[in-house]
Write a protein that binds this ligand. Structure first.
Ligand code: GDP
Ligand code: IMO
Ligand code: MG
Length: 430
């Protein structure tokens, strides 16, 4: 079964979108399986920038069917705006299919995301405030509205009335906010139905028909391993399962549908929002500033400055396991060019001096570990024009080899710039 998964091995923004776009050229279907418009995937084609939140990154090829799977949470207004944006750039989006089982993000989800963050004060998670957590919570509570409900105004209204009573009670009585109006919500959401109706489908059938026909299906993860609800740095995580296992529930396939899992790994690390980050460089650190400046490490989505740090091979090794990665792709190697030496975290040291080769499961330990670094030489020249691995300076190739050894699986690709053509394919991946 020819299914490939793209999954982030860090805290997001590793460059999943650009690699989905790269691998989409040899795929027939590209399927998002979780998350929502908290994602921001940037693709650069011939200098033109496409910033996508909901539509899978395969949309840029006219022979690819982009699919929004049942595991995604959809804000229909954002989807319509994204379709308009793509249409305005000459991209045909008529092939997009959206699962009728995907849950809708409703106005009260966004409002609750905002007020609960405010309520948490200094303990806030730093969410994207897109309503993601509250929408997944309602899915689990079985009071969510789904994309298919847009097709039946009566049912939509009934479900909304039921849930809004409770939401308005909470908004008014707990958070001192004005109640939301069911008429307004209905009007706003149902007005989008004619636009969305042709796109709504049984995407599970679509995916299985494609797999059975021997077509190549690419599953595009949003967020990343350490933002996973079960395996990430809880509670500083998102509310879905970005790990490769999430494909099974979020797209409706069994594990045997997947034979390739590409872990996307930035050559250094970043994190947006709160939560532990063992290799984080302190505020004002010259290397951290260089990584942010050269890597343009500001959220595609919220514009927030990403927290920078060195590559963490303890986390990488664990991510390779959690996702059963068959390989990894190293992105943004070009960003490291001016640095005379590079650090890679190979283990942690706990407060009491204990050495950890694995990510400690206990959050009080993880929050306080110190990284144990190995230092390797930098290469000191720009590499953004490299087209083949032989074009890279020895020290850059050595860095790739070192990361490969630490990850325990082959490196298939290295990217040296945001453009499609700035992708170095390692011989065994060709
Ligand atoms: P995603 O969320 O994992 O898809 O990643 P984002 O798109 O949010 O963030 C990655 C950013 O790095 C985007 O602005 C990309 O255009 C850019 N990018 C991706 N690969 C490379 C690379 O190899 N080098 C450089 N300099 N930028 C890259
Ligand atoms: P892509 O797909 C980086 C982070 C938020 C916050 C936490 C929870 O572009 O890699 P949420 O709004 O999901 O409830 O926020 O998760 N976060 C991301 N960080 N890249 C993303 O997506 C993210 N999506 C969510 O900053 O810390
Ligand atoms: Mg991103």
């Amino acid at each position: 079964m020819p299914g490939t998964v793209i999954v982030g091995t860090q805290w997001g923004d590793e460059g999943k979108g650009r690699f989905t776009d790269y691998l989409a050229k040899e795929s027939e279907l590209v399927v998002r399986y979780q998350g929502g418009h908290n994602a921001g995937h940037t693709i650069v084609v011939d200098g033109e920038v496409f910033a996508l939140q909901l539509v899978p990154s395969g949309v840029l090829y006219d022979y690819v069917t982009p699919v929004i799977g049942n595991g995604v949470v959809v804000d229909p207004a954002v989807l319509v705006a994204e379709l308009d944006m793509l249409g305005g750039k000459g991209i045909d989006t008529s092939r997009l299919r959206v699962s009728g089982n995907a849950h809708l993000i409703m106005p009260y989800h966004q409002e609750l995301d905002r007020v609960t963050e405010r309520y948490l004060g200094k303990n806030k998670l730093g969410t994207t405030k897109r309503g993601i957590g509250p929408a997944y919570a309602d899915k689990a509570l079985r009071v969510g509205l789904r994309v298919q409900d847009l097709l039946d105004p009566k049912i939509f209204r009934e479900k909304l009335d039921l849930v809004l009573r409770e939401k308005n009670g909470v908004l008014a009585k707990v958070y001192n906010r004005l109640p939301l109006d069911a008429d307004e919500i209905c009007e706003q959401y149902l007005a989008m139905e004619p636009r969305l109706r042709p796109l709504i489908a049984d995407t599970v059938h679509l995916v299985h028909d494609a797999l059975e026909a021997g077509q190549r299906v690419l599953f595009e993860g949003a967020q990343a391993t350490y933002l996973d609800l079960d395996h990430g740095t809880y509670p500083f995580v998102t509310s879905s399962n970005p790990v490769a296992g999430g494909v099974c529930t979020g797209a409706g396939v069994g594990p045997r549908a997947i034979d390739r899992i590409v872990g996307i790994t930035k050559a250094y690390a970043t994190r947006v929002g709160a939560g532990p980050f063992p290799t984080e460089l302190p505020d004002g650190d010259a290397v951290g500033n260089l990584l942010v400046d050269r890597g343009v490490e500001f959220g595609t989505n919220t514009g927030r400055r990403r927290r920078p740090g060195w590559l963490d091979a303890v986390m990488l090794r664990h991510a390779v396991r959690l996702n059963t990665c068959t390989e990894i792709a190293i992105t943004k190697l070009d960003v490291l060019a001016p640095l005379p030496e590079l650090k890679v975290c190979v283990a942690y040291e706990g407060e009491d001096g204990t050495r950890y080769e694995h990510v400690p499961y206990h959050q009080s330990v993880l929050h306080k570990v110190r990284p144990v670094y190995e230092t390797v030489p930098g290469w000191g020249t720009e590499i953004d024009g490299a087209g083949r691995i032989e074009d890279l300076p020895d020290a850059a190739r050595e860095y790739v080899r070192f990361v490969e050894e630490l990850a325990g699986v082959p490196v298939s690709f290295v990217s040296v710039g945001p453009g499609r053509e700035q992708t170095v394919v390692l011989p065994r991946a060709a």
